[in-house]
Design a protein around this ligand. Structure first.
Ligand code: ADP
Length: 538
């Protein structure tokens, strides 16, 4: 027997209409390219979003057409986050840190019909343009007249009437797409449905995920072109939180200044951003008041325990780690201290927070190795598999990735994890980065996070190098802090009490910087290439 409740479609339109009718007075704030602070309220945001929707329709954008954005985090990008999906078109966020050829591949693969480009990113777009054919280019935040053939955003939306007749969409309609940066092979497109984004937004807004509230000043430092800024803009709009966006200014001083001035309460970004912020705060104690911050979400790569402790103990700032993937819209797990640990010692709590946490509701996890599904014993490593309401079911127009899904419909994450009895995961590695030494697995992530707890170490990445007997052994590439010194023997001695002896790196190489991916993660493929012919001393 079917139930008798409305089949109410879960679409971004409902989130938008809620914000428009309930939160017109709430603010959207951002730092523009020229560093000035811009602000308007949700009523203006909603009106401009409707104008954008009309303008796109007038330009001949049809349902299902992909409309790309190449932009930083700011008000007009938020308008695109809603204006494009609200007419049934697909918001396609482009990662501005990619190489022009890679961007061209993505634009061509997605067959983008239009693109909104920040004026400051036109030099990048000009390199992409000869390699693609996108009929409509709209320049955002233009400070001067735009070149022939391009449209100017403000003129475009001021001439368009606000669209009042937005279509009723099916919740399974594609709303947005995002390509994984793909450290191997070509980027792959993830196509989010309205339904998945609405459910992700609801999930994210729960207290044991990100708990975004109306009273918050939310600052997504994670770019809007990276996995929907982790869904923070959608959640903020749904609950009517104040949004505070950094624009292109991601240096520590600009960020800290913005958090201070705008009384930011909740923010999120990758560890490398916070490492810079920590150094800045250590060097400028008490200059800024960040006491309004109640949560700093950090994810995208493993968060060293030392970073969590340093923020908490020296600056009273609470880091909360989360794990996710573009393929998961992106939040999978969040490491809030479980209720059962309320009375635990600080040491145990810090150790917990260095793990990736427990799954969000509507996300299920399991892990598998050669012997089958691994027990939830916190010891046995296996590849993490997930399924849930906001997990990819297949990549966009990509026939080669069927092996990423199991026969019973779970998504294989490519991450190697252990699962504790209470469902807390700890990411040990990406499967391609795991070090296989004499048939045993060594977690490069665990070694890196520990090394970054050494007072002389700024950054560390651990990679496998060939070994005649053990097949692979760990090499640690280490960046020392300015003016600090440590020898390989010091670092080995520092690690020794924390790991089995066979995990300890055979070699330590001191380098100037760890190469980064377009998402600010360590680019280990480049390090592996650099140390490909490395000879370990016998
Ligand atoms: P990319 O594949 O380009 O890095 P994603 O942002 O989708 O793009 O990255 C997802 C991956 O990032 C995960 O599969 C995992 O390996 C890593 N990751 C994300 N969050 C964490 C975390 N908290 N700890 C360790 N690894 C993480």
């Amino acid at each position: 027997m079917n139930g008798l409740m409305m089949d109410y479609p879960l679409t971004l339109s409902t989130i938008f209409r809620r914000a428009e009718s309930l939160f017109g007075h709430r603010e959207v704030v951002w730092r523009a390219a020229d560093k000035s602070i811009r602000r308007y309220n949700y009523a203006a945001f909603a009106e401009r979003t409707r104008r954008l929707a009309r303008a796109l329709l007038d330009l001949g954008i049809h349902p299902s057409d992909r409309v790309a954005t190449l932009g930083w985090n700011h008000g007009p990008h938020l308008e695109a986050y809603f204006g494009i999906p609200l007419i049934g078109a697909v918001l396609h966020t482009l990662n501005l840190r990619l190489h022009p050829e890679e961007l061209a591949y993505i634009v061509n693969h997605a067959e983008d019909r239009a693109v909104l480009v920040d004026e400051s990113l036109l030099p990048l777009w000009e390199q992409v343009r000869p390699l693609v054919s996108v009929p409509t280019v709209i320049v955002v935040a233009a400070s001067k007249p735009v070149a022939g053939g391009y449209l100017e955003y403000e003129t475009l939306i001021s001439r368009a009437q606000p669209a009042r007749d937005l279509p009723d969409l099916d919740e399974r309609t594609a709303a947005a797409m995002c390509y994984t940066t793909g450290t191997t092979g070509n980027p792959k497109g993830v196509l989010y449905t309205h339904r998945s984004l609405v459910l992700h937004t609801l999930g994210l807004s729960l207290d044991h995920c990100m708990g975004i509230r109306e009273s918050d000043g939310v600052s997504p430092v994670v770019p809007m072109f990276h996995a929907n800024a982790w869904g923070m803009p959608f959640s903020a709009v749904m609950v009517g939180a104040r949004l505070v966006m950094p624009g292109p200014h991601l240096d520590p001083e600009s960020l800290v200044d913005l958090f201070h001035r705008e009384r930011v309460t909740l923010t999120g970004g990758v560890p490398t951003i916070w490492m810079g912020v920590l150094q800045f705060l250590d060097a400028n104690p008490r200059r800024y008041d960040l006491s309004a911050i109640r949560a700093m979400y950090v994810g995208g790569s493993a968060v060293p325990q030392a970073l969590i402790e340093a923020f908490e103990r020296r600056h009273g700032l609470p880091i909360i780690q989360a794990w996710g993937m573009t393929e998961m819209a992106p939040v999978g797990t969040v490491a809030h201290i479980p209720g059962t640990m309320a009375e635990a010692t600080d040491e145990r709590k810090f150790a917990y927070r260095a793990k990736q946490g427990r799954p969000a509701p509507l996300v299920e996890i399991r892990a598998r190795n050669e012997d089958g599904l691994v027990p939830w014993d916190g010891q046995t490593m296996g590849e993490l598999e997930v399924r849930g309401a906001w997990v990819v079911s297949s990549y966009y127009n990509n026939a080669d990735s069927a092996d990423r899904f199991t026969a019973d419909g779970w998504f294989r994450t490519g991450d190697i994890a252990t699962i504790d009895a209470d469902g807390t995961i700890q990411i040990q590695d990406r499967s391609k980065d795991l070090i296989k030494s004499g048939g045993e697995w060594i977690s490069s992530v665990a070694l890196e996070c520990a090394l970054m707890g050494h007072p002389a170490v700024a950054e560390a990445a651990v990679i496998p190098v060939m070994h005649p007997k053990w097949s692979e052994r760990p090499l640690a590439a280490v960046v020392l802090k300015a003016g600090a010194s440590a020898s390989p023997a010091d670092l080995r001695a520092f690690l020794a009490p924390q790991f089995p002896k066979f995990w300890l790196p055979d070699a330590f190489e001191f380098i100037d910087a760890i190469p980064r991916t377009s998402a600010g993660k360590f680019k280990k493929s480049e390090l592996r290439e650099r140390f490909r012919d490395y000879r370990l001393a016998d």
